[in-house]
Structures are given as structure tokens and as C-alpha cells.
Design a protein around this ligand. Structure first.
Ligand code: HEM
Ligand code: HEM
Ligand code: SF4
Ligand code: SF4
Length: 374
């Protein structure tokens, strides 16, 4: 039942994407760049973040003033701040669309589990970066975030108190609270790059860049709101006065209304279950019996072409001593094999084949697919 629903979703997604070709053309269809679009916004965040970094001062007395200086006095400062804020929201939307797309098109499990797992960690990292970003402004909203977050963290059994102390860097809110938020904001931002390396590890040719035309379209999608609706801080934080009302960013701060609506322990339990479910997803569907590529000991000449062509690094070469002429033998790592058939095409010696999908059938399937209109 679950599998049939997934198959229907896959068909619907592909039909929807083909429909979008009429608007964007095949060359600029954003769904064909579903991973490259969040990547584009991430680099926009890095560039604008580094520019903000030059003028930002992470202390209780200066943070609000420095953000105000950037917004009101620095030439194009309000645009840079606006681009940073709107790119953060756009990146979250793009990442969610990307995650849903890979899920709906069944490109998230089996040998792709590393991409999915690193994706979930990227998503968690983004949320922490966003929350700490809102603290940096040090307005009433930032103060409320720090208060609500430390309270909520303290409710986590055993780990709660030390976690809350790390978050504010001590027992009370001080300059170190902002320094810590700044450290998390920038430190986790840069660790996204390592996670992305992991994300692409098993993808042989990841599509990471958008074409120029689409890039300009994406840039204007954040440039227009940054110019028309400039980003502003709310009132400055005053430690002796509890703030009452402030606007929320639903992409990054959605957890805070939950904390005010129910006990923190219940919220953490929901978060824990949701995260576990995300990690379990790739293993919820079982497939037909796996039939990875098989190498023929007699035909393999050890030319290494299959190992070079395999997109999932599922083939490695081992030295062989059982043959007078051939010095190497190809070996398939079953768990990594996607049964894609590329090695079958690469081998000129009929030495590797798919047991359930012989080379002839693979060639017929490929020619049928090529005949289908895009
Ligand atoms: C995925 C990456 C990033 C995300 C999602 C993100 C998100 C945010 C958000 C939502 C804010 C609050 C915006 C506002 O209300 O003004 C913010 C502020 C800030 N961010 Fe980032 N950021 C990222 C990367 C970076 C990087 C790499 C740097 C610096 C190297 C940086 C530096 C800053 C600074 C200095 C502020 C405070 C100034 C301000 O609010 O305009 N950010 N960030
Ligand atoms: C910082 C955020 C992210 C960026 C920049 C990013 C970027 C990318 C890129 C460029 C690709 C290659 C796409 C292609 O070649 O067509 C990719 C693949 C993938 N991503 Fe992400 N991603 C992010 C977050 C996520 C998240 C949150 C998930 C899921 C929870 C996810 C799951 C996947 C999977 C499963 C693939 C493999 C798809 C395939 O092989 O066709 N990603 N990602
Ligand atoms: S079928 Fe061949 S090329 Fe494709 S993943 Fe398996 S070993 Fe690699
Ligand atoms: S391409 Fe064929 S002959 Fe060459 S190493 Fe691979 S299986 Fe052996």
C-alpha cells in the first residue's frame, strides 16, 4: 500500500515537472535543479553573511546598534541584510522542496541513504543556524528566543542543564551568550560544507549549479523583497523588561509557539519521534530481491573500465594470481550496487552482467526511454 502510494506520487511529480517545462522551458526548469537551488541560496548566505560579519559586533551593548548601523547607515547595508534574511527563508523552502522531491521520486533510499542521512543533518544544522541568526540581532525577539530556548533545554532529562549552559555560555545571559550564538551561527554554517561533501559522496556527477538565467531569476526572487520590504529589527532587548509581542519567522522559529502551547518535554518528544522517522524512512520500503552485477571470472581481463564508470563506487579491483595473463579482477560490493547497468555497457569483454536484467534488455529499455518525449 505504502509502496503503491509512493509509485503514484512518483508519476504525479514527473508529470508536474514536465508541465513546468511549458513555463520555464526544459533548460531552466527549477525542478531539474532541485539540489542546485538550495546550494545557490547557501552561497548567497555565505557571501552576504561575510559582509555582515565585517560590521557586526557580538556584545550585549553593541549588537543591536551594529545591526542598526548596517541597516540604516552602511551603503546598501539594508539590501545586504535583506538578502541574507530572504535567502535564509528561500533556502529553507528550496531544501524542503528538494527533500520532498527526492522522496517522491524514490531517490532517497538503498545506495542513496548517505545522501538522505546527511540531508537530515543539514536540515537540523540549518535550523540551528537560523535560530542563532535571530539571536544575533539582539532585539526583543532575540531575548525571548534565548529565554524560551534555555527554559526548554533545561527540561531535557540529564543533558538539559549542561546544554542550556552551553547555549548561554554560563548561568546568566551575558556578552558570552551572543559570542556563543555567533560561534554556532558561523561554525555550523561552515560545517555545512563538510556535510555537503558527504552528501555528494556517492553521487557521481551531482548537479550543484543553476544555469545563469535561473540564477538571475533566483537572485531577483530575494532582491525584490529585500528592496520592497526591507528587513527591520524590533525594539532593542532590555534585560529588565520582558518582551510581549514580536513577529515570528515560521521557517526557523516554528518551535517557539510549540513551547508556549505545551510542556517542553512533549515538544522534545515530538521532535525526537519526527527525527527518528526521518532517519528510518529509507528502510521502511523493502524491495524485490536484490540482484547486483556479477563478474565472470573467465571473461574478466582486469581492464578497470567498469570500476571507473560505476557511479556508486560499487566496483573495486583486486590482484589475481589464478590467471597467467590477467593481473586484476573486478569485484562488486553488492550493498552499493544500484543495478544501473553502466558497468555492463562499459565492459567490452562480456565479463559483467545483471542477473535479472541482461545486457540486451538494458539496451532495449534505454532506447525506449530515449524515444519518450521529455
Ligand atoms: C546557511 C547559512 C546561514 C543562514 C541560514 C543564516 C541565517 C541568518 C538569519 C535568519 C539571520 C537573522 C537576520 C536578521 O533578522 O537580520 C542572520 C543574521 C546574521 N548572520 Fe547569518 N546565516 C547563515 C550564514 C551566515 C554566515 C556564513 C555568516 C558569516 C560569516 C553569517 C553572519 C550573520 C550575521 C553577522 C548576522 C547578524 C546581522 C544581521 O542580523 O543582519 N551568517 N543569519
Ligand atoms: C543544505 C541543504 C542541501 C543542499 C545544498 C543539497 C544539495 C543537493 C544536490 C546538489 C544534490 C545532487 C542533485 C542532483 O545531482 O540531481 C543532492 C542530492 C540529494 N539530496 Fe540534497 N541538499 C540539501 C539538503 C537535503 C535534505 C534536507 C535532504 C533530505 C532529507 C536531501 C536529500 C538528498 C538526496 C536523497 C539526494 C540524492 C538524490 C539523487 O541521487 O538523485 N538533501 N542534494
Ligand atoms: S550495476 Fe554496475 S555500474 Fe551500476 S551500480 Fe552496480 S556495479 Fe556499479
Ligand atoms: S570492464 Fe569487464 S573486463 Fe574490464 S575489469 Fe570490468 S568486468 Fe573486467
Amino acid at each position: 500500500m505504502y509502496k503503491e502510494t509512493l509509485e503514484k506520487l512518483q508519476e504525479a511529480t514527473i508529470t508536474f515537472e514536465k508541465g513546468l517545462n511549458k513555463v520555464f522551458t526544459q533548460q531552466y526548469n527549477p525542478f531539474y535543479y532541485h539540489g542546485a537551488v538550495p546550494n545557490f541560496f547557501m552561497w548567497t548566505l555565505f557571501i552576504t553573511g561575510l559582509l555582515l560579519f565585517v560590521y557586526y559586533q557580538p556584545t550585549l551593548d553593541s549588537a543591536y546598534i551594529s545591526v542598526n548601523f548596517i541597516t540604516t547607515k552602511l551603503p546598501f547595508g539594508n539590501i545586504i541584510r535583506g538578502l541574507h534574511r530572504y535567502a535564509a527563508d528561500a533556502m529553507m523552502i528550496a531544501v524542503l522542496v528538494h527533500a520532498i522531491r527526492v522522496y517522491f521520486t524514490d531517490r532517497y533510499r538503498k545506495y542513496r541513504w548517505i545522501a538522505w542521512y546527511s540531508g537530515v543533518v543539514l536540515l537540523i544544522g540549518m535550523l540551528i543556524i537560523g535560530i542563532t541568526g535571530y539571536i544575533l540581532v539582539w532585539d526583543e525577539r532575540s531575548y525571548m528566543i534565548v529565554l524560551a530556548m534555555t527554559d526548554a533545554l533545561k527540561q531535557i532529562p540529564f543533558l538539559g542543564l549542561p546544554l542550556a549552559k552551553i547555549f548561554v555560555n554560563g548561568d546568566v545571559i551575558s556578552h558570552y551568550t551572543l559570542a556563543m550564538s555567533f560561534f554556532f551561527h558561523i561554525g555550523i554554517s561552515f560545517s555545512l560544507l563538510f556535510l555537503l561533501w558527504l552528501h555528494y559522496l556517492r553521487i557521481s556527477r551531482p548537479v550543484t549549479d543553476v544555469p545563469l538565467g535561473l540564477g538571475l531569476l533566483l537572485l531577483s526572487s530575494i532582491m525584490i523583497p529585500a528592496s520592497v520590504y526591507p528587513v527591520a529589527s524590533v525594539n532593542p532587548a532590555v534585560l529588565t523588561k520582558l518582551p510581549t509581542q514580536f513577529p515570528l519567522d515560521w521557517f526557523y522559529l516554528w518551535i517557539f509557539p510549540m513551547f508556549s502551547g505545551m510542556p517542553a518535554l512533549i515538544v522534545w518528544t515530538i521532535v525526537f519521534i519526527a527525527t527518528t522517522l526521518l532517519f528510518a524512512l529509507p528502510f521502511l520500503v523493502t524491495d524485490k530481491e536484490k540482484a547486483p552485477a556479477v563478474v565472470s571470472l573467465t571473461n574478466c581481463v582486469g581492464c578497470t573500465l567498469c570500476a571507473k564508470d560505476c557511479p556508486y563506487e560499487a566496483i573495486y579491483m583486486v590482484p589475481r594470481t589464478d590467471h597467467p595473463k590477467y593481473k586484476q579482477l573486478a569485484v562488486v560490493i553488492d550493498a552499493r550496487c544500484s543495478e544501473c547497468g553502466l558497468c555492463v555497457g562499459a565492459c567490452a569483454f562480456k565479463a559483467i552482467d545483471l542477473p535479472q536484467n541482461h545486457s540486451k534488455e538494458v539496451i532495449t529499455k534505454i532506447s525506449d526511454l530515449l524515444k519518450e518525449p521529455a
